[in-house]
Design a protein. Structure first.
Length: 216
């Protein structure tokens, strides 16, 4: 039976070798791309925001207010002003890794740091990624120090206290790139490319046979 008379499922079953070949190629490419990128370790701290002098505000409103403040801080950590305070905080940070051109410095900083807020709480998680895990720890500790000492200057809406609840935790293995996730994605995308190729080829053959039948 030709591919023109096969159902899509039958076409895929007959072409399983092509699908697996595509998946294998995608896997290899994902590995290659992953290892071409510099391996970076992570160091992570968690901080808790507390808003003082909230008066008679109910618990839900107070919680939402603290969450909003944490979200504001999670945006502020990417700014040039905050970055400069981190560099000048007195920690043993190798400043030579940052480019001298301003736009490149901003891009390097935005790739190096990550800030997330736990929903429904004032927990702010800061992660720093660096090829040297000791430098990642120094930088994340500097970020935590600036936040605990200078947060009020960046925020409005009452006095805010920030407390480090989880000290710097360093990754034992490179955190970026995420090689397992990249390999899985490459495998899946490669397999889907194989499926698309088979279905397109089957449709082309079907149309070709249809044209031949119409001519006769």
């Amino acid at each position: 039976m030709s591919m023109s008379h096969l159902s899509p499922s039958s076409t895929l079953l007959r072409g399983w070798r092509i699908i697996f070949a595509g998946a294998g190629i995608g896997l290899v490419l994902a590995l290659a791309v992953s290892f071409l990128q510099p391996l970076r370790y992570s160091s992570t701290v968690r901080l808790l925001l507390k808003q003082q002098d909230v008066g008679s505000v109910d618990a839900y409103t107070a919680s939402r207010s603290v969450e909003r403040l944490a979200e504001n801080l999670s945006t502020i950590v990417y700014t040039t002003s905050f970055f400069e305070q981190v560099l000048n905080s007195g920690f043993d940070i190798d400043k030579g890794i940052f480019p001298t051109q301003e736009y490149k410095r901003r891009r390097a900083w935005s790739k190096m740091i990550s800030a997330t807020v736990s929903r429904g709480s004032g927990l702010l998680t800061i992660s720093v990624y660096h090829p040297d895990v000791a430098q990642a720890e120094q930088i994340v500790n500097a970020v935590a120090y600036v936040l605990t000492q200078q947060a009020s200057s960046y925020l409005s809406g009452g006095k805010v206290e920030i407390q480090v609840v989880d000290k710097a935790l360093n990754s034992r293995w490179p955190a970026k790139p995420n090689i397992p996730a990249n390999v899985f994605s490459g495998f899946v995308l490669g397999g889907l490319a194989g499926v698309a190729y088979l279905l397109i080829q089957a449709e082309r053959i079907r149309r070709r046979h249809q044209l031949i039948d119409e001519e006769f």
